[in-house]
Ligand binder design. Structure first.
Ligand SMILES: Nc1ncnc2c1ncn2[C@@H]1O[C@H](COP(=O)(O)OP(=O)(O)O)[C@@H](O)[C@H]1O
Ligand SMILES: [Mg+2]
Length: 245
């Protein structure tokens, strides 16, 4: 069973009189441990695809099986549970809370457990996640005291804190310079090596070359789907609890 299986997925948006088929009969299966880059022109449906895969949005028709379960059959509560426990999200704009420390930002997804997780355990998990992205020494810093790359790594720690099986990242390097982009790609590759399935949207072909497989979208359909030959490896100096120079 593939953890992500889309069959004939359609999603249409209406803007006044215009109708946009953002997803047009998409069939897509993603296996455990894959690292998939989704590329394609602006407006081709990449974000819509990610939102459906992440259960942030529902398809109009078709079947989406997430870890073997049809998303349509799940009630809101169950869907929220799966989304929270199985999927980590990373966005282009980091989406960190301002005037809130890195540690508190990473703790946020654990609040969802409301009292069912002892605060000492939650704290330890958040610190572990920050350690994993090489930012343990910045945990009391607020976003405006961190560089863009560091903020994105805090966001990745937040995505990791629930130990997800899948990470969905929509243009995660879109706001980063090329050096920092490589740091973040190295981190994604390391997480993928540890078994996490990664789906990453990018419009930069050199970012996509770090994935194992590339899916190219066009007008709401998958135009190309291929394995990356000579995949690029990003090497960053920040892993293993290290620190940024
Ligand atoms: N909430 C929405 N309302 C109306 N149209 C939308 C909405 N979201 C996306 N679209 C349209 O659907 C198409 C695909 O959008 P999107 O998935 O965001 O593309 P991409 O991420 O590849 O740039 C675009 O034409 C976009 O304008
Ligand atoms: Mg987009």
């Amino acid at each position: 069973m593939k953890p992500i299986q889309l069959e004939r997925i359609c999603k249409t948006f209406y803007l006044g009189d215009t109708r946009v088929k953002a997803l047009d009969n998409v069939d897509l299966g993603i296996d455990r441990g894959e690292f998939v880059a989704v590329i394609g022109a602006s407006g081709s449906g990449k974000s819509t695809l990610m939102n459906v895969v992440g259960c942030l949005d529902q398809a109009d028709s078709g079947t989406y099986l997430l870890e073997g379960q049809s998303v349509r059959d799940l009630n809101r509560r169950r869907l929220a549970d799966i989304r929270n426990q199985r999927i980590g999200f990373v966005f282009q704009g980091f989406n960190l809370l301002a005037r809130t420390t890195a540690l508190e930002n990473v703790l946020l997804p654990l609040l969802y457990y409301r009292g069912s997780m002892p605060s000492a355990q939650a704290h330890r998990r958040a610190v572990d996640a920050l350690q994993r992205v090489g930012l343990a020494d910045r945990m009391h810093h607020e976003p405006n005291q961190l560089s863009g790359g560091q903020q994105q790594r805090v966001a990745i720690a937040r995505a990791l804190v629930n130990d997800p099986a899948i990470i969905l990242a929509d243009e995660p390097t879109g706001n980063l310079d090329s050096r920092t982009t490589l740091d973040v790609l190295a981190l994604f590759q390391e997480l993928n090596d540890s078994g996490i399935t990664i789906v990453l949207v990018t419009h930069e072909s050199d970012v996509a070359e770090h994935a194992r497989r590339v899916i190219e979208m066009q007008d709401g359909t998958i135009r190309k789907d291929f394995q990356v030959e000579n995949r690029r490896r990003a090497h960053a100096p920040v892993m293993a609890g290290g620190r940024l120079p």
